[in-house]
Design a protein around this ligand. Structure first.
Ligand code: GLA
Length: 728
């Protein structure tokens, strides 16, 4: 998978369908040569044209007759201050106040498997499934040593990359920027696809053509956020969903990030992924090492769909250790939209009893069960049972779950503290803050300072106690505000630029400790819906509440956009009551279930309000979901109709052996005298025949993919139809 040609000093990284090639060039500079469709290892140094260009500075020792300028090269890991004037991947301030870094190739090694980087989320691989290349670069002045790490995998076209920086200076240095990935491409005719959003409407597709400028997708909010998303794709303008060249990038990190695409004067594109350098600095003591989190890149010539399926594969098979990553997920009933804060023991047990015999696996008691929490104004941080609401503690509720054939799950928001809480009164300095500066609250709450080890210890203990003392099968881990007032009284002034990243390290430590201590608990991530849905959290918690907007039609766009890099197995979708609580829309129960069924499935309502007919429909939905679960867990996802561009949405899941598939088609608004339309399926075996359950006939995979299924026009808005296919 990884080869080094000592004669040409060229590295060849081969995945099943892609090649990544770079070279140690002349003055020991790393020159990027190729990333794209797989080519045989060969000398491709002719790709690089060394020509003299006005205003591009020469490297020392070169001149206009014998030119060499970093400014005109596709570089592997550019630094600041010498002959490359574009955005550096690395920027540091040295003890003498200088800011110039001159990294040159020193050594490299190729390892079987993938070394674990402690304390950070990352892809994991068995020794026989992966190979890792480590290239050590040394600064010419001897101030810093940078190791570039690349891992390739035998089962997917994903390359993971990370960077570690060791100080070899005699006094502390200050890191200002350490990109985890730099990719210089020799062209710029790309469309940039990104996912923007807001609370309740996460991950909208937006496509712009790259221009001669800097395009930065970033978060400054202390979380990957609803607003932006650590994902970006560069596609050739003629590339579509099923064909054409696409590069995709994501970052295994949950805090401030930046993904930047810059086009330069010679039409080359520089792509970088890393911790957002905005308001970041890191003091590195002599001999210490800083680890930049892992970034992933994919190339696919099978369009956006091919790119997405590679990310999905990485998430499903290589991200995290939770046993639930590889298991069918339970069907959940969540109390939030059924009762909000307004419940007591009788009401909660009433909801549980009304769910009896529906087929639900876990009942989840959401917010409101702890401290004196009767609204969002109080008690975050006081993780003891609200005795006014639940005088008997959790036990009677858990017993009621067991009696009615369900397990019990619970909601926490461990990272937060309410100013009105015993925790805040006891430890006012435990929140992120700068002394003397007014607090900004959001949803009436402050953020605990997880850069502090004592805070992380406290949370491990208090959350851990509840989990240890009760029979709890599931935890919903919420996070309902973004960072302001970032500062920590536990760190000296010159380390204040580290607090956001130290917070993430503390959070990952806490998640690692709790998920390791309670391996049987299924942890679900949440942040006001999908406000921190990234591969960082998914490493610890294999599923995420995709959005607080549970309306089935709004979810079409949200799930479609999210599927760009997140698999169905990591999304959570629930059927909620109508009119929908977020937007007031009424949709058919079938449509609500059909849309949610392409996620880890559940309900978010009070089953006592079901009519007898609805109860039967819900039982049937749950039975159907049991059959779909293997596809949600492990199916390949194909997007068929884009809800951002039309009046309908469609997608499908196909089992890895192509023997089963389920497709969904939703028409948003009804159309009078509707035109004919056919849904062309994807991913089937063209030589196989499939029985289509809903239509009662069979057809060839080739006919279904190239001819398609005629969609019957139906009256009424928001109609869904599914097609369940079985190879015969
Ligand atoms: C967030 C979550 C919701 C619910 C509430 C509880 O908004 O996204 O699902 O848990 O918090 O306060």
């Amino acid at each position: 998978m990884i080869q080094f040609d000592a004669k040409t000093r060229t590295f060849y990284l081969q995945t099943p369908k892609t090649s990544y090639i770079f070279q140690v060039y002349r003055e020991d500079v790393l020159l990027g040569l190729y990333y794209g469709k797989r080519i045989a290892p060969q000398d491709v140094s002719f790709f690089y044209q060394n020509v003299e260009r006005g205003f591009s500075p020469m490297m020392a020792g070169y001149d206009m007759e014998h030119p060499l300028s970093l400014d005109t090269m596709t570089l592997e890991y550019p630094t600041f201050g010498l002959s490359d004037t574009r955005a550096p991947a690395f920027h540091a301030v040295y003890p003498d106040g200088s800011r110039i870094t001159d990294l040159r190739y020193s050594t490299h090694r190729i390892l079987k498997g993938k070394p674990i980087c402690k304390g950070l989320p990352q892809l994991l691989a068995q020794t026989e499934d992966a190979e890792t290349l480590e290239v050590v670069l040394k600064d010419k002045r001897g101030l810093v040593e940078v190791t570039l790490r690349y891992t390739v995998y035998s089962d997917m076209d994903v390359i993971s990359r990370s960077v570690s920086v060791k100080s070899t200076a005699k006094d502390p240095i200050s890191l200002q920027k350490v990109a985890s990935l730099n990719l210089d491409l020799p062209e710029c005719d790309f469309d940039l696809l990104q996912l923007h959003g807001a609370w309740g409407r996460e991950r909208n597709l937006e496509v712009t053509h790259l221009t001669h400028a800097s395009h930065v997708i970033e978060s400054r909010r202390g979380a990957s956020s609803h607003q932006s998303c650590p994902f970006l794709a560069l596609k050739r303008p003629d590339a579509g969903e099923d064909w054409g060249d696409v590069y995709g990038f994501t970052f295994i990190y949950s805090g401030n990030f930046a993904i930047q695409a810059d086009v330069d004067q010679y039409d080359m594109t520089r792509l970088q992924v890393g911790i957002n350098p905005f308001d970041f600095s890191w003091k590195l003591e002599p001999g210490d090492t800083f680890e930049a989190p892992e970034a992933l890149m994919v190339f696919s010539d099978e369009g956006l769909g091919g790119m997405s399926r590679n990310f999905h594969h990485a998430c499903r098979h290589h991200l995290g250790k939770s046993k639930y990553r590889d298991q069918k997920k339970p069907i959940i009933l969540n109390s939030w939209e059924a009762a909000y804060f307004d419940f007591d023991e009788a009401r909660i047990i009433g909801i549980i009893e009304s769910a009896k015999d529906l087929g639900i696996d876990i009942f989840v008691m959401d917010d409101g069960w702890f401290g004196a929490r009767n609204s969002d104004k109080t008690s975050l941080g006081d993780w003891t049972v609200n005795s006014a609401k639940l005088p008997g503690g959790l036990k009677p509720v858990i017993d009621a779950c067991h009696k009615n054939g369900m397990k019990f799950g619970i909601w926490f928001e461990p990272e937060m503290v309410s100013p009105d809480s015993d925790l805040y009164r006891a430890h006012p300095d435990w929140c992120l803050h700068v002394p003397g500066v007014d607090h900004c609250t959001s949803r009436n709450q402050l953020i605990l300072d997880l850069s502090r080890a004592d805070v992380v210890d406290y949370l491990e203990q208090t959350v851990g106690d509840i989990l240890a003392q009760n029979d709890i099968a599931y935890v919903k881990w919420d996070m309902n505000r973004n960072m302001t007032n970032v500062g920590s009284v536990a760190f000296e002034p010159e380390r204040q630029g580290e607090i956001r990243h130290r917070y993430m390290l503390g959070l990952y430590d806490l998640m690692e400790r709790l998920t390791t201590r309670f391996p049987d608990v299924l942890f679900e991530g949440c942040s006001g819906g999908g406000g921190r849905l990234d591969f960082g959290i998914l490493y610890y918690m294999p599923q995420f509440w995709t959005s607080d907007d549970s309306d089935a039609i709004a979810r079409l766009k949200i799930q479609y956009g999210t599927s760009m890099f997140v698999p169905a197995s990591a999304m959570v979708g629930h059927v909620s009551a109508c009119p929908n609580h977020q937007i007031g829309r009424t949709t058919p129960l079938k449509t609500r279930a059909d849309v949610a069924s392409f996620c880890n499935f559940g309900y978010e309502l009070d089953p006592a309000r079901f009519s007898a007919e609805e109860r039967e429909a819900v039982k049937a939905q749950i039975e159907r979901q049991r059959r779909m679960e293997p596809l949600v867990l492990d199916g390949d996802f194909y997007r068929l109709r884009n809800p951002f561009t039309g009046n309908d949405a469609a997608w499908m899941l196909v089992s890895p052996d192509k023997s089963e598939a389920v497709a969904l088609f939703v028409q948003v608004l009804a159309v009078a005298n509707a035109p004919f339309t056919r849904l062309r399926l994807r991913g089937l075996d063209p030589d196989a025949t499939y029985q289509i359950e809903e239509l009662g006939f069979s057809a060839g995979g080739d006919a279904l993919m190239h001819g398609g299924i005629p969609i019957e026009a139906r009256p009424g808005d928001f109609r869904s139809v599914t097609f369940t296919l079985r190879r015969i």
